[in-house]
Design a protein around this ligand. Structure first.
Ligand code: FES
Length: 156
């Protein structure tokens, strides 16, 4: 990842130029920015606003309306704990609590060393494995509180 979160790659710039005149371009471009940086910073939103000639307030409005967009930088390993119905009923909340205690982290937060961030998410589609969590995209199912230290250690 680039040091400067506002520096768009040549591929991203090309993508934005391709989409400049197309309908629905703002969402497409913001998705692309997020997949490049893992989130959309205020600086990135400003850059998109200038490149697409869309007022910043509108860009920011879209970003804050859709929960999909992240406005803060995630950790090197983003932890997602599913809070969909199946996972919730099987103890998703206790999983979040345990991770929070172990990493001294709140939902939406990031550890001081920038290694882990924590999110509560909706059903991720593997309810049969409830409760489910992911770390850096790797899925862990039927998670118990006791397993969490070992899971986190894999990424430490
Ligand atoms: S409810 Fe958690 S994966 Fe579906």
């Amino acid at each position: 990842m680039s040091e400067n979160s506002t520096t768009f790659s040549p591929e991203l710039i090309e993508f934005i130029n391709e989409w400049r005149e197309k309908p629905g371009n703002l969402i497409m471009v913001l998705h692309r920015v997020q997949s490049e940086f893992g989130y959309v910073s205020q600086e990135s939103a400003d850059e998109v606003s200038k490149m697409l000639e869309i007022p910043f307030a509108k860009v920011w409005g879209v970003l804050t309306f859709y929960h999909f967009f992240k406005l803060t930088k995630p950790g090197d390993f983003n932890i997602q704990v599913c809070m969909g119905t199946a996972c919730y009923l099987k103890g998703g909340e206790a999983i979040i609590e345990e991770i929070g205690n172990l990493l001294k982290l709140e939902v939406g937060g990031i550890t001081d060393d920038g290694k882990f961030s924590l999110e509560a998410v909706r059903c991720i589609g593997c309810c049969g494995l409830a409760p489910v969590m992911t770390v850096g995209g790797e899925v862990f199912g039927k998670v118990t509180k006791n397993q969490i230290p070992a899971i986190l250690k894999k990424f430490a």
